[in-house]
Design a binder for this molecule. Structure first.
Ligand code: HEC
Ligand code: HEC
Ligand code: HEC
Length: 283
C-alpha cells in the first residue's frame, strides 16, 4: 500500500516537473523573439503573389532602365545638389533601387513629393494597408531611435519671430535623417537599407537572374501602393493621416500645415492632365 502510494507520488512529481519544464521552454522561446519582424517584412513575406502580379513584375523589370544622375551637370551657382540632399535617402531601403529623390513621372507634383522625402518615410505614403492602424513617430534613420516629439523637428517656423525676414538670415536647420515613419504595435513598421532582407534584395537586383529579380521585386512591392495619398490626406483639418500635435507641432504649426495654400490648391485638380492658370489662383 505504502509502496503503491509512493510510486504514485513519484509519477505525479515527474508530471509536475514535465509541466514546469514545458512552461519554462515556452517562456524562453517567447522571450527570445524580443524584436518581432517589422510589419513591412511580415507582409512582404506572407502576401501571396498571383500569376498576374508576377507577370506585371516581369514587364516592369523588362522595362526598367537604370537612370544615371549626372552630378556634374550643373552651372554654378544654380542647381547644385547639396551633399545633405543625397544623404537624406542614403539609409532608405527603397532608394537602393529607386532614384534619390525618386519621383519623376508626375510633372505637377514630383517636386513637392521629392521634398517630402526629406521628412516623411516612403512607407508613410506608400504603405497604407486596410484594416491596419499605424501610429506615426519621428524616426532617426541613423540610430533607428524614436525621437521625442518637438516643435523643432518641423520646418515650419515655431512662431512669427522665427520666420526669417531676409534671405541672408539663417534658417533653422532641421535634420534630413529624421523622418515621420509608421509604427505597428510600437515597433518600426519598415526596414532600412542595412537590414538583411534589404541587403539580400539589393544583391539580387545587382547580380541575380531575371526571374529572381522579378519575384523579389513583386515581393518587395506586395505591401505597397503604386500611388501615395493625395495632398489633402495630410493637409486638412478633418481626420488628417498624421496627428501633427502628437508629433510635436504646436497650434500655429498645425494650423499652417493643415491650411497651407499649395496643397489646398492641388484639390482643384480633378484630371491628371488638367492645367490651371496662375490667375485662377485668385478665384
Ligand atoms: C530591388 C529593387 C527595388 C526596391 C528595393 C524597391 N523598388 Fe520600387 N520599383 C522597382 C522597379 C524596377 C519598379 C518598376 C518601375 C521602374 O523601373 O522604376 C518599381 C516601382 C515602384 C513604384 C511604382 C509603381 C509600380 O509598381 O510600378 C513604387 C510606388 C515603388 N516602386 C515604391 C517603392 C518603395 C516605397 C520601396 C521601398 C519600400 C521600393 N519601391 C523598393 C524596384 C525596386
Ligand atoms: C508625401 C507622400 C509620398 C512620399 C513620402 C513618397 N511618395 Fe512616392 N508617390 C507619392 C504619390 C502621391 C505618387 C503618385 C504620383 C502620381 O503619379 O500622381 C508617388 C509615386 C511614386 C513612384 C512612381 C511614379 C514616379 O513618380 O516615378 C515611385 C517609384 C515612388 N513614388 C517611390 C517612392 C520612394 C522610393 C519614396 C521614398 C524615398 C517615396 N516614393 C516617398 C507619394 C509619396
Ligand atoms: C503623408 C502626409 C503628407 C502628404 C500626403 C503631403 N504632405 Fe505636404 N507636408 C506634410 C508635413 C508633415 C509637412 C510639414 C513638414 C515640416 O514642417 O517639417 C508638409 C509640408 C508641406 C509644404 C511646406 C510648407 C512650408 O511652408 O514649409 C508644402 C508646400 C506641402 N507640404 C505641399 C504638399 C503637396 C502639394 C502635397 C501633394 C502633392 C503634399 N504636401 C502631400 C505632410 C504631407
Amino acid at each position: 500500500m505504502a509502496l503503491e502510494q509512493s510510486q504514485k507520488m513519484i509519477k505525479k512529481g515527474s508530471n509536475m516537473r514535465k509541466l514546469v519544464f514545458m512552461i519554462l521552454c515556452f517562456c524562453l522561446l517567447g522571450g527570445t523573439t524580443v524584436h518581432a519582424e517589422s510589419y513591412y517584412l511580415q507582409a512582404a513575406k506572407s502576401i501571396e503573389i498571383s500569376a498576374e502580379k508576377l507577370q506585371k513584375s516581369r514587364d516592369k523589370v523588362k522595362e526598367h532602365k537604370d537612370i544615371k544622375v549626372l552630378d556634374e551637370l550643373e552651372i554654378p551657382p544654380f542647381h547644385k545638389r547639396d551633399e545633405w540632399e543625397k544623404d537624406s535617402l542614403s539609409k532608405t531601403f527603397c532608394t537602393g533601387c529607386h532614384l534619390s529623390p525618386p519621383h519623376t513621372k508626375n510633372l505637377r507634383s514630383r517636386a513637392f513629393l521629392n521634398m517630402h522625402t526629406e521628412f516623411i518615410a516612403c512607407e508613410t505614403c506608400h504603405m497604407r494597408p486596410e484594416n491596419v492602424t499605424f501610429t506615426y513617430q519621428w524616426l532617426d534613420y541613423r540610430t533607428k531611435q524614436v525621437l521625442t516629439p518637438s516643435v523643432a523637428l518641423f520646418r515650419q517656423a515655431i512662431n512669427k519671430d522665427d520666420i526669417p525676414k531676409r534671405a541672408e538670415e539663417k534658417v533653422r536647420k532641421t535634420d534630413v535623417m529624421d523622418k515621420i515613419a509608421p509604427f505597428y504595435k510600437n515597433e518600426m513598421a519598415l526596414i532600412l537599407r542595412d537590414h538583411d532582407f534589404a541587403k539580400e534584395s539589393l544583391n539580387i537586383w545587382k547580380e541575380g537572374g531575371f526571374e529572381d529579380k522579378v519575384t523579389r521585386r513583386a515581393k518587395i512591392h506586395a505591401p505597397l501602393k503604386e500611388k501615395g495619398p493625395e495632398c489633402k490626406v495630410c493637409h486638412q483639418t478633418e481626420e488628417p493621416l498624421l496627428d501633427l500635435k502628437a508629433l510635436g507641432a504646436n497650434k500655429k504649426q498645425v494650423k499652417r500645415m493643415q491650411t497651407h495654400i499649395i496643397p489646398q490648391f492641388f484639390k482643384r485638380y480633378t484630371e491628371d492632365d488638367q492645367k490651371i492658370r496662375i490667375n485662377s489662383l485668385l478665384k
